[in-house]
Design a protein around this ligand. Structure first.
Ligand SMILES: [Zn+2]
Length: 163
């Protein structure tokens, strides 16, 4: 099997043709792995699971800062804000989900440079047994946020402004 490196998260994924998200560009194999988690996600329940799913969505978005389409730039910004508010400010998954809906109404600059790589990616989540996925996603969220450390102050300032 030929492997390719995802243009966003840098993970080695199966090569080949396939779809990717309209503005969160990735290798088709990476998007496929992300989508393969749908069924597992749909089986989660309870308040805590909203935060787990939000961490996964946020991490995938910030790891695929792959183009300057306005929607991509916006997506990276609001999902970094969501990660920050969860990890540093104690916001619940439900609160983050609601706030993202408000934050997308604003424009954000492209954050450069983007991280050179990520120690944990959605491929690790897909490869983990179901019971290990929540803790893998927790590490995914923490390391995705850490990778963007050059822009932490910018993101925190947006949060201070927009709440
Ligand atoms: Zn990827």
């Amino acid at each position: 099997m030929i492997e390719v490196r995802c243009v966003g998260c840098g993970a080695a994924v199966p090569g080949g043709e396939g779809r990717s998200h309209p503005y969160m560009w990735s290798a088709a194999g990476c998007w496929e792995r992300y989508c393969s988690l749908e069924e597992w996600k749909s089986c989660l329940s309870g308040e805590e699971s909203i935060g787990i799913v939000q961490d996964l969505v946020d991490s995938f978005a910030v790891q695929h800062a792959t183009n300057t389409d306005r929607r991509n730039v916006q997506s990276v910004a609001v999902h970094l804000m969501s990660l920050c508010s969860g990890l540093e400010r104690g916001a619940t998954g439900r609160q983050r989900r609601v706030r993202i809906g408000r934050w997308v109404g604003h424009d954000y600059p492209v954050l450069e440079p983007r991280p050179a790589g990520y120690p944990v990616t959605v491929s690790d989540v897909a490869a983990a047994p179901a019971a290990m996925r929540p803790s893998t996603i927790e590490r995914l969220a923490q390391t995705s946020w850490s990778a963007w450390s050059a822009h932490h102050d910018t993101v925190r300032a947006w949060l201070d402004d927009l709440g």
